[in-house]
Design a protein around this ligand. Structure first.
Ligand SMILES: *Cc1c(COP(=O)(O)O)cnc(C)c1O
Length: 365
């Protein structure tokens, strides 16, 4: 018996006739860069996210990078980021020549702690960059209040939060911009790399449209030094099919999460905490345990796939050695990195799989 961490192929097979038809439509159209299919996906995803604009780009890292550039972030600026996130959040800041300034999360929600943000603001701060980590919405209202008070912009990393809601409203335009990834394993995933930004800000949407396409508004006329970072029509066509399934698939994730919350209560595991204003997308179901590595090995031995998101926090990565951030400087992020374990929660994990995971965990902790 094997329970994979995530069964991407089962997701394809469920939608196979529609996905195949959508991709064939692009192949037969003779049009393979931007165009109708990308426009349609952008319209549909903007509507889904309750935002005015969506601009498709090549991946989630580019979405963050181009969003920061469009917000005017450059050399010498500072951007406030969570100390516990996927490294892409930090890399996008560094790619602008700016400095990521880490702020610790709330230990219960894993999201950036609004109470710690003001202490990190300096005259160089331009943007606050919360991440809706594991699909749990960050506490946006206090973050937006701090940003307004200090004249800062807010970029949200929504790479794990497709479909999540904060106080009833979808993640999509609470802040100035949201950056999205359509990496295959995300809740809304393509069959390759893809990304987008959503925003209500006309100027930012226009600037990102130009930046993603060689800095050009009119073919062969280049206003700025842009990039080649476009969402491919083949991916846009597949994403349009998958967008229609997103709410149903997220509902399955949410059901699995409810089973885990009940089935794993009163064990040695620390379970996710969901504030009453949050409707998570349950991208990941992350528990904590002091003997995490042993637990992961034991679950692996009985065929249960788990992952660690993430084993090394960005400040301890070799890539950030030059930033001179040291071990012990961000103890909450370090504790999460040492103790967190992601259990399977994909939309194609069946009831039997869920009860198998629960029974195995209960036996071990
Ligand atoms: C996946 C992810 C990204 C990067 O997305 P890519 O499409 O892989 O570049 C950025 N931030 C977070 C939080 C992510 O999970």
């Amino acid at each position: 018996m094997k329970i994979p961490f995530l069964d991407l192929k089962a997701g394809y097979l469920e939608l196979q006739p529609e996905i195949d038809a959508a991709i064939k439509r692009v192949l037969e159209s003779g049009w393979y860069i931007l165009g109708e299919e990308v426009d349609s996906f952008e319209r549909e995803y903007a509507t889904y996210c309750e935002a005015r604009y969506c601009v498709g780009v090549a991946n989630g890292l580019d979405a963050l990078h181009l969003a920061l550039l469009a917000m005017g972030v450059g050399a010498g600026d500072e951007v406030i980021v969570p100390s516990n996130t996927y490294i892409a959040t930090w890399l996008a800041v560094s790619q602008c020549g700016a400095t990521p300034v880490p702020v610790e999360p709330d230990a219960a929600t894993y999201n950036i702690d609004p109470a710690r943000i003001e202490a990190a603001i300096t005259p160089r701060t331009k943007v606050i960059l919360p991440v809706h980590l594991y699909g749990q919405p960050a506490d946006m209202d206090p973050i937006l209040a701090i940003a307004r008070k200090h004249g800062l912009k807010v970029l949200e990393d929504g790479a794990q939060a497709h479909g999540a809601r904060y106080k009833g409203k979808r993640i999509g335009a609470h802040g100035d911009v949201v950056a999205w990834s359509f990496y295959p394993g995300k809740n809304l995933g393509a069959y390759g790399d893809g990304g987008a930004i959503t925003t209500n800000d006309t100027g930012i949407a226009e600037r990102i449209c130009v930046l993603r396409n060689y800095g050009s508004r009119v073919k062969y006329v280049n206003d700025v030094r842009g990039f080649n970072s476009r969402l491919d029509p083949i991916h846009a066509a597949a994403l349009r099919v998958k967008l229609k399934a997103l709410d149903a698939w997220n509902a399955r994730r949410s059901e699995i999460a409810s089973c885990y919350q009940i089935g794993l209560a009163h064990t040695g595991l620390t379970l996710p905490f969901v504030p009453e204003w949050a409707e998570p997308a349950w991208h990941l179901y992350v528990v904590q345990h002091q003997q995490r590595d042993i637990l992961q090995t034991q679950l692996g031995e009985v065929g249960i796939g788990t992952l660690i998101h993430y084993p090394i926090p960005p400040h301890l990565q070799q890539a950030y050695a030059a930033a001179c951030l040291i071990q012990g400087q961000f103890p909450i992020a370090e504790k999460i990195a040492n103790q967190c374990l992601s259990l399977p929660i994909g939309p194609h994990l069946d009831k039997f799989g869920v009860s198998t995971v629960i029974a195995a965990c209960r036996k071990m902790v």
